[in-house]
Design a protein around this ligand. Structure first.
Ligand code: ZN
Length: 200
């Protein structure tokens, strides 16, 4: 099995980085929406009010992401069409650093581009190289509603772009060749039919 360098599936190393310490009190692991569920193509709506419900949603998303394990998750991946995403791109051995981005918006992208191998919790066990701007500036609100801007590069820039794509109904397979994309969609459509027939 191969492991991606980026988004939103974690590497084998980060999988072992420290269990669930600090997370797991009163939080709920939510089922993930899997390709070709049309929910993944919805455009998410801005979060209007940052309240305890939104903070609980962010906590549940972090719990679900760490459990998967993944390094990023958008709310739509658990079926909630709100512009909210969580990330933790720390490496093995480092302390967890959960990040919550509410209503994130890319305000600048570099001309320079970089390539990472990406995966997605909604497209399990499929990885492909994706080229994106190497650095971006993102404006967002934190879980207390405070405004921030972050200049990101490297893995953080790639993951932020991958997750913000989810908020717009875009998947990383939309950035690969049509031939490869059609193959992946066919494979997952077939698998969904098998799951469906077993459920009856
Ligand atoms: Zn994803």
């Amino acid at each position: 099995m191969r492991y991606p360098e980026a988004c939103d599936v974690a590497s084998a190393n980060s999988l072992r980085r420290g269990g669930k310490i600090g997370y797991g009190s009163g939080m709920t692991i939510k089922p993930l929406i899997i390709l070709p569920d049309p929910v993944l193509r919805q455009v998410s709506a801005p979060v209007e009010t940052i309240d305890d419900d939104i903070r609980r949603l962010a906590d549940d998303m972090l719990e679900t992401m760490y459990d998967a394990p993944g390094i990023g998750l958008a709310a739509i991946q658990i079926g909630v069409p709100k512009r909210l995403l969580v990330l933790d791109v720390t490496k093995e051995g480092e302390e967890r650093s959960p990040l919550v981005f509410i209503n994130p918006e890319i305000v600048h992208s570099s001309g320079e581009r970089s390539v990472y191998e990406e995966g997605c919790l909604s497209i399990p066990d499929y990885y492909a190289e994706v080229e994106r701007p190497a650095a971006i500036t993102v404006k967002y609100l934190d879980r207390e509603g405070r405004k921030h801007a972050v200049e990101a590069d490297g893995l953080l820039a790639t993951c932020l772009q991958h997750e913000i794509d989810h908020l717009n109904g875009v998947l990383f397979i939309d950035h690969i060749s049509k031939l490869k994309r059609d193959m992946v969609i066919r494979k997952f459509t077939k698998a969904a039919k098998v799951r469906g027939s077993r459920a009856i």
